[in-house]
Design a protein around this ligand. Sequence first.
Ligand SMILES: Cc1ncc(CN)c(N)n1
Length: 224
Amino acid sequence: MEGIERTAMTDTWLKKHRQIYLGATRHPFILGIRDGSVDLSSFKRWLGQDYLFVRAFVPFVASVLLKASKESDENADIDVLLGGLAALNDEIAWFKNEASKLGVALASVVPHPINLNYCRFLESLMSPDVDYTQAITAFWAIETVYQQSFAHCLEEGSKTPDDLKQTCRRWGNDDFGQYCRALRSIADRQLAKASDDVVAKAEVNLLNILEHEVQFWNMSHGKI
Ligand SMILES: Cc1ncc(CN)c(N)n1
């Protein structure tokens, strides 16, 4: 595809891999939040495991920032990524607050093998062999699954219970949506000028991420 214009690679991929994308963003765990049938134990399991995931996500995002500072010609990318780190800071504070409300002892949560597996994958993306294009594309995909999943729970017709709405707004709000669109346009810009090899690797990473996200929901749902 080198030499051929790649204007919106992410769009092409989301169409091509629509079924697996929907598997990640319309998972039964999310549908259970959306219709109010999710049970509290699943929600608490997700909360504890996701807290651990987010802690492991911070160094990954820092690695994307480092790659941007070395490989990107656009200063604005750093601003977007700094905003992402700030959002993660808020996210961690939110997890702590929510856990204390629900009586989840975060310090005693044991990482589930599914979680560890996803964190190992994040670590592989921090390698210097993974360039900025691959890293930013992966970052966009990971954030977008949450944004799209939780935004679905706030759409008209959803029956999300009031006490779960605040969780859904954390990722489903318009600002987070705008932030994901900014990540997406950086990813598309980078992919448009990347080699075929890098584009192929970024697509494989996307598929891996979608699979990890499905597994993560399965774990939260108690189906594994
Ligand atoms: C598993 C997972 N994926 C994505 C996000 C969004 N930061 C998250 N908190 N957890």
